[in-house]
Design a protein around this ligand. Structure first.
Ligand code: GLN
Length: 376
């Protein structure tokens, strides 16, 4: 799968300017904090899916409902939806974009509800998902209602790409990829009050057998992080570590999906779940609620957590040799973390203040691999 995210620093309320900025970054690929352009434009990268940050074209840190109201649009109708549609059709890919949604009650049109939403459109510009953020951050609570978790799962369909060198003309079955969607705070404990190890979001990913996780974010730099300026084009590893920590169950519980997102069929090929963290960068003015300016952590990244079955741990304990590779027990030891080796693959990671495209071709070798040594 070819996945791209666009990390940039939208200006609060400047929708037209943000659209221009997004388009120009998609063309050029990457811009460092000092303004140097480098990288490969989206036309050459040919992603299957492009993910934008939370409230991507409006900006995030609105102080009140009054301030954001004028920017809200009904699902599928407005500047964010139009941009997503046009971009999806032009690039022939799915586009996921965060935007402020207004929903009017059909019977009482004066009755309106606002949501912090994520619109997903397909290659034809048709809406496939409209997900509403369920775990709200303080800033969202001033204007948005909670969405429903159930809307955060969908089987995305991808047509198989016909390679130009191939003579194959038979139409191939589209691939259906079980996908979980989330918006930023969704990966945190509910209201920061639920126990840290309730793992609401990661549990949802495993229980739904998702193979792809799309997260659209406006994640703030950790409080007290004065040296975001010093990081510039380097990623903020504290934020990256925290994000991974919130997916701890993927390292501990056995993945139960059958097919591989990239079509790997070998019996001993690892299972993997791809996590797409599409964050924004930049800074926005302070509000009454958030006294210091809102500074975003950037660090967008595309990683996969992989599990490769290991020889049966019980037999290993008894010293009686190895199990046939790939033959996995579905029963008692299924959630025993000794039953599989975990690796974290990373294809791309942007800097804290960088703007541009974060890209992964998940069939290609990753740029970094983290192996995990479990303390059992
Ligand atoms: N916990 C996240 C943060 O601190 C939530 C922000 C958000 O939902 N936009 O950045």
């Amino acid at each position: 799968m070819r996945i791209a995210t666009l990390q940039f620093a939208p200006k609060l309320g400047d929708v037209e300017g943000n659209i221009e900025r997004a388009n120009s970054l998609l063309r050029s690929g990457k811009v460092t904090s000092s303004g140097t352009e480098h990288g490969v434009g989206v036309d050459l990268l040919k992603p299957d899916v492009l993910v934008l940050p939370e409230l991507a074209l409006t900006g995030y840190n609105f102080p009140s409902l009054k301030a954001i109201q004028g920017y809200a649009e009904p699902a599928g109708k407005g500047l964010s939806a139009n941009w997503a549609r046009e971009t999806a059709k032009r690039l022939r890919c799915k586009v996921c974009i965060g935007y402020p949604e207004i929903e009017r009650d059909l019977e009482e049109p004066d009755k309106v509800t606002y949501y912090n939403s994520l619109l997903v459109v397909d290659e034809e510009g048709e809406i496939v998902v409209n997900y509403r953020k369920t775990f709200l951050y303080y800033t969202d609570e001033t204007w948005a209602a909670e969405g429903q978790v159930e809307r955060g799962f969908y089987e995305l369909e991808f047509a198989s790409r016909v390679k130009s060198s191939s003579l194959e003309t038979l139409p191939q079955e589209p691939k259906r990829i079980a996908t979980s969607f989330g918006i930023c705070m969704d990966i945190n404990p509910y209201k920061f009050e639920a126990p840290f190890d309730k793992w609401e979001f990661a549990t949802r990913v495993l229980d739904s057998k998702s193979q792809l996780v799309i997260l659209s974010m406006a994640w703030l730099a950790m409080p007290g992080l004065e040296d975001l300026d010093a990081l510039k084009d380097k990623p903020d590893m504290d934020t990256f570590n925290y994000w991974l920590q919130r997916f701890w169950p993927l390292l501990q519980r056995k993945m139960r999906h059958q097919v591989d997102i990239d079509g790997g069929k070998a019996a001993d090929s690892p299972k993997k779940i791809i996590l797409v963290f599409a964050n924004r960068s930049g800074e926005e003015p302070p509000t009454e609620e958030t006294k210091p300016p809102a500074r975003y952590a950037g660090t967008s990244t595309i990683v996969a957590v992989t599990q490769r079955p290991t020889p049966d741990p019980a037999e290993q304990d008894a010293g009686s040799g190895a199990q046939t590779p790939g033959v996995e027990s579905e029963t008692d030891d299924a959630d025993d973390p000794r039953a599989f080796d975990v690796k974290i693959l990373c294809w791309d990671m942007l800097g804290a203040q960088e703007e541009g495209i974060c890209f992964a071709d998940t069939t290609a070798d990753p740029r970094m691999v983290f192996a995990l040594k479990k303390a059992i």
